[in-house]
Design a protein around this ligand. Structure first.
Ligand SMILES: Nc1nc2c(ncn2[C@@H]2O[C@H](COP(=O)(O)OP(=O)(O)OP(=O)(O)O)[C@@H](O)[C@H]2O)c(=O)[nH]1
Ligand SMILES: [Mg+2]
Length: 358
C-alpha cells in the first residue's frame, strides 16, 4: 500500500491531520514535540464512482482503495545538528512513497510557534535536504571505492555526486533539475527529498474564506515542484470524530462542501501515478489500485498473482457505460463488454473481470 509521511514544525497540525484522516485520537496538543513515537494510520480514498457501482449491484460490501500515512514528531531548525528531537526519527518515513508537508498558517495565542507557512516551508526543506546530505555523505566514498572494482557502480556514483551538489546547497532534490534516470539510480538510498511532495497549508477556523489566498504563496514558492492544498485541519479533525451524516452536515454548514480531505487524498493518489479499476457484484464492489500505464495482466495481479500468471483475457467496460446499462449481464447481452488481451493498457475507471487458467 502506498505510504505518505507527514513532515512539519512542532504545532503545525500533523497529528491533527492524522486524526482528521483516520478519525483517530492521536495526541494533538499545544506544545512542541507532543508526538514522539510515530502514529501510523490508514485512510480510504473516497470515490463516487465506486459508490454508484455498489448501489447498482446492491453490493453487500464496498471496499475503497486506501493509503497509509505516518505522523512523526516535529522538526526544528538545526535538527540536523541535534536540535529538538534531532533528525534520526525521520527514518520512520524513509520508506514513504511521498512526503506531506504540514505548514502552519493559523494564528492562535495558545499554540506557540510561527504562523508563516513560508517560514515553515523554508525550515523543513533545509532540514530534509541536510538529512539527505548526511545519508549521501555516509555512502558516497564507500561506493566510489566499490566502483573501482565494479564498473556497473560508476553510474550510481556519478548520480550520487550530482545529488550531493544539489543537497550541499541546502536544496531538496525534488526542486532540482536532476533527471529521472539520475533519480532512479539513487532510489535505493531512500532520500527524503527524492520523493514527490504535497504541502498542506493549515489555516485558521477564522480564515475559511481565505483558504486559497493563504495557500497561494506556498504554491508560488514551490512552483511546479509540489502540490499544495489549503484547509483548516482543526475543523477537519473535529468533523472526523463524527459519523458520516453529522460530518457532512457540519462541513456543509461551514461552507466547506465535502471538506478538503477527499481532494487531498485524490491528489495524493494521483501524484504517485496511481489509478483505479473496479470489480462489482452482489458480494462486493471494490476499487483496485494500479500504476498508470499498467497492462491488463498486471492489473489482474493486484487481485491475486495467479490471475496474472494465468491471465487469458479481460472483459472490460468503462464504469459510466456500465452504470448506464444497469448491470454486468445486461452489458454482456448488449454486447458492449470489450474483450481485451495481454497488451491492453488499463484506463482509470475501467470495470474488469478476468479469465485465467493456472
Ligand atoms: N486554532 C487552531 N489550532 C490548531 C489548528 N490545527 C491544529 N491546531 C492546534 O495546534 C496544536 C498542535 O497541533 P498538533 O496536531 O498536535 O501539531 P503537530 O504538528 O502534531 O505537533 P508536534 O507533534 O508537536 O510536532 C493543537 O493544540 C491543535 O489543536 C487549526 O487549524 N487552528
Ligand atoms: Mg504531533
Amino acid at each position: 500500500m502506498e505510504k505518505f509521511g507527514f513532515v512539519g514544525l512542532p504545532n503545525a497540525g500533523k497529528s491533527s491531520l492524522y486524526n482528521a484522516l483516520s478519525g483517530g485520537s492521536a495526541l494533538a496538543a499545544p506544545y512542541a514535540f507532543a508526538t514522539k513515537d510515530p502514529n501510523v494510520g490508514m485512510a480510504k480514498v473516497p470515490d463516487h464512482r465506486l459508490e454508484k457501482l455498489a448501489a447498482m449491484s446492491s453490493s453487500k460490501n464496498v471496499i475503497p482503495a486506501s493509503v497509509q500515512f505516518v505522523d512523526i514528531g516535529g522538526l526544528v531548525e538545526g535538527a540536523s545538528t541535534g536540535e529538538g528531537l534531532g533528525n534520526k526519527f525521520l527514518a520512520n518515513i524513509r520508506e514513504s512513497d511521498a512526503i506531506v508537508f504540514v505548514l502552519r498558517a493559523f494564528e492562535d495565542d495558545d499554540v506557540p510557534g510561527p504562523s508563516d507557512p513560508l517560514e515553515h516551508l523554508r525550515i523543513v526543506e533545509i532540514e530534509l535536504a541536510l538529512a539527505d546530505l548526511e545519508t549521501v555523505e555516509s555512502q558516497i566514498e564507500k561506493r566510489r571505492k566499490a566502483a573501482k572494482f565494479d564498473k556497473t557502480v560508476a553510474d550510481e556514483v556519478a548520480a550520487l555526486d550530482r545529488a550531493y551538489a544539489v543537497l550541499a546547497e541546502g536544496s531538496p532534490i525534488y526542486r532540482s533539475n536532476l533527471d529521472e534516470e539520475t533519480r532512479t539510480l539513487i532510489k535505493s538510498y531512500f532520500l527524503l527529498t527524492n520523493k514527490p511532495v504535497l504541502a498542506i497549508v493549515n489555516v485558521s477556523e477564522n480564515d475559511l474564506d481565505r483558504i486559497d489566498e493563504l495557500a497561494a504563496p506556498v504554491a508560488a514558492e514551490l512552483g511546479g515542484c509540489g502540490e499544495v492544498i489549503g484547509m483548516c485541519v482543526q475543523l477537519e479533525a473535529e468533523a472526523g470524530q463524527l459519523d458520516a451524516d453529522e460530518r457532512a452536515e457540519m462541513l456543509e454548514g461551514l461552507g466547506l462542501g465535502e471538506g478538503a480531505l477527499p481532494r487531498f487524498l485524490n491528489t495524493a493518489y494521483r501524484m504517485l501515478g496511481l489509478r483505479t479499476y473496479f470489480t462489482t457484484g452482489e458480494k462486493e464492489s471494490r476499487a483496485w489500485t494500479f500504476r498508470a500505464g499498467a497492462k491488463a495482466p498486471e492489473c489482474a495481479g493486484v487481485i491475486h498473482s495467479d490471475f496474472q500468471r494465468g491471465f487469458i483475457r479481460a472483459e472490460v467496460i468503462h464504469w459510466d457505460d456500465l452504470l448506464e446499462v444497469g448491470s454486468w449481464s445486461k452489458a454482456r447481452d448488449a454486447g458492449i463488454l470489450r474483450v481485451e488481451g495481454k497488451e491492453y493498457v488499463a484506463a482509470d475507471g475501467d470495470v474488469m473481470e478476468f479469465r485465467f487458467n493456472v
